[in-house]
Design a protein around this ligand. Structure first.
Ligand code: SF4
Ligand code: SF4
Length: 120
């Protein structure tokens, strides 16, 4: 008990080392690999991001114009962002919020063929 007394006293007067996450969050560091997003208007549904993804959490349906990500499987490595030829993938400076249900991120865009047909 006497050995612990200095520690107990120090802990009473110093700031807590932990936070009440997710209610209290820290400022993100610069260059943090946070929440994954896609600018679906620019996406050509080439599927390169899905091919390069090491966890297989992305799927792309060119015919339907669908880009789907399973956020529970994504490790936020950023490889998809680096490999996208259209530069339409990005990572925000915030981490994804904790979730109870595994809801996939489904983005629907215009498949390239339909886009061309609409333009002619
Ligand atoms: S996000 Fe980029 S790499 Fe992925 S399908 Fe769209 S254009 Fe291709
Ligand atoms: S950040 Fe990494 S794990 Fe997540 S979708 Fe992109 S390549 Fe896959």
């Amino acid at each position: 008990m006497f050995k612990m007394t200095p520690n107990i006293l120090r802990n009473l007067i110093t700031d807590k080392a932990t936070r009440l996450y997710p209610f209290e969050t820290r400022e993100p560091w610069s260059g943090v690999r946070g929440e994954l997003g896609v600018d679906i208007e620019k996406c050509t549904f080439c599927g390169i991001c899905a091919l390069k993804c090491p966890t297989g959490c992305l799927s792309v349906d060119k015919k339907e114009g669908l880009w789907v990500c399973d956020p529970f499987v994504c490790v936020y490595c950023g490889i998809c962002v680096e490999s996208c030829p259209q530069k339409c993938l990005y990572q925000e400076l915030v981490y994804r919020k904790p979730a109870e249900a595994n809801e996939k991120i489904v983005m629907k865009g215009e498949p390239p063929r339909r886009k061309k047909e609409a333009e002619t």
